[in-house]
Design a protein. Structure first.
Ligand SMILES: Cc1ncc(COP(=O)(O)O)c(C=O)c1O
Length: 429
């Protein structure tokens, strides 16, 4: 019997569905036992070029030797104290405040969901208002403030669409949902909820639906609208942060939000996240004497996450990490466009830097609603076929792919050859 199947069957005995995050339960189901550089291996020993990248954290490559060494060095002398601060926290905070434009001060937590929760509650305390704006299709974590109108079914777009049973009505209804790239919609929402909106949270590039780029002026427009209406702007850079630039997408776009949340690529797969922003706002957290917004966590600033993050940022500072992943990202996108041309396939290859996806539709999507045009069946079948041939991409509709510093030109060439053969098979059946 396949070891994959055997372990998965056992996993289902002990954990509901056999997986530890909802959307990990996919078909084909894999049990992974090894990751090294650009490659991952399943329990049957099959090797894949990995573009899932753990949903984004893996920016340097799996089990990166430098990051691992720095983690091991750190935990041989230090771990967690639950009091005071550590030298590693100071070093990491200094790096983030040096690189990320909006980060005058920063606090560490363990996941992106914690970071967005803290950021949003802080904006409610600062403004004395309750409401929040998010965008249809964006994901900001699992908590009640934001878990609505994520990957909504098409008939629920923009409607009241809580993502989970058990959510508080008050949390759902205080979160208003707008259309990405539509400043008129945001403006109308501010006007209709005058004096009630504490903040607006946005993925500057909504990567949770692949790669929908902000149109010129959109992020600037959000910043202006927030200022005009006395609300705070939160950039959720949990995916874009450190992946698109060491300073985050805010550095690329030249738009500085009031608060920023970060995670994922921050530590190449080790668990740590952060919330950062203007000093005057951050000092409302009760880590500061007299601060009145609760901020805590037993594992905050653990040596494993902080050491891994310092090592990851050091590599970004000292080696051409972004140059490499951007060049390979462009090579991949233009290679795929060439394949589409040769095969006469109408598709839109979207992407930025190291991230890309192929939407099977013939124009650029500007928001979640536009993605209804994508041929979802082809999208998922394409990914499943690629997995069979050793290219791992998430086998799910409108998901993105990630290139890491460990991927090589040869990996991209191999991937393009396999993509061409799979598309030939699927489209010219
Ligand atoms: C943009 C964004 N924000 C927040 C989160 C939540 O982060 P975490 O899964 O670490 O809680 C995610 C996770 O995918 C995300 O993509």
């Amino acid at each position: 019997m396949s070891k994959n199947i055997e372990l998965y069957e056992e996993s289902k005995l002990y954990s509901p569905g056999g997986v530890h995050t909802s959307i990990r339960n996919v078909n084909p189901m894999k049990v992974f036992t090894k990751g090294e550089g650009a490659y991952i291996y399943d329990a049957d020993g099959k090797k894949y070029i990995d573009y899932q990248g753990a949903f984004g954290p893996i920016i340097l490559g799996h089990s990166h030797p430098y990051v691992n060494r720095k983690v091991i060095e750190a935990i041989e002398r230090t771990d967690l104290y639950g009091v005071g601060c550590t030298d590693l926290e100071v070093e990491l905070a200094r790096k983030i405040c040096t690189h990320v434009p909006s980060s005058e001060q920063v606090l560490f937590c363990n996941s992106g969901s914690e970071a967005t929760y803290h950021a949003i509650r802080l904006t409610r305390a600062i403004t004395g208002r309750n409401k929040l704006i998010k965008f249809q299709g964006c994901y900001h974590g699992w908590h009640d403030y934001v878990a609505r109108n994520m990957l909504s079914s098409w008939d629920m777009i923009g409607k009241r669409d809580p993502g989970s049973a058990g959510m508080l009505d008050e949390a759902i209804d205080n979160t208003l949902v707008c259309t990405f790239n539509d400043l008129d919609d945001v403006e109308r929402t501010f006007r209709e909820n005058k004096g009630q909106i504490a903040s607006l949270i946005v993925e500057p590039i909504p990567h949770n639906i692949g790669c929908v780029m902000p149109q010129p002026g959109f992020l600037e427009g959000l910043s202006e609208l927030c200022t005009a209406h006395g609300a705070l702007l939160i950039f959720d850079e949990v995916i874009t942060g450190f992946r698109h630039d060491i300073g985050g997408y805010q550095k690329v776009a030249g738009v500085t939000p009031d608060l920023t949340t970060m995670g994922k690529a921050m530590a190449n797969g080790y668990p740590i996240a952060a919330v950062a922003g203007k000093r005057e706002y951050m000092q409302r957290f009760n880590t500061y004497p007299g601060g009145d917004v609760w901020f805590a966590g037993t594992y905050n600033g653990h040596a494993v996450g902080t050491a891994a993050s310092i090592a990851t940022l050091e590599l970004m500072e000292n080696e051409p990490v972004h140059e490499h992943i951007f060049r390979l990202g462009e090579k991949m996108r233009s290679g795929i466009r060439g394949i589409h041309e040769r095969l006469g396939i109408e598709a839109y290859v979207a992407g930025f830097g190291s991230v890309w996806t192929t939407y099977f539709m013939n124009n650029e999507p500007k928001n979640y609603s536009d993605l209804q045009q994508n041929d979802a069946e082809l999208y998922v079948n394409y990914r499943k076929k690629l997995i069979e041939k050793g290219i791992f991409k998430m086998p799910m509709n409108i998901k993105r792919n990630h290139i890491s510093y460990a991927h090589t030109d040869e990996d991209v060439d191999t991937t393009l050859t396999i993509i061409e053969s799979v598309l030939k098979e699927l489209v010219h059946k």
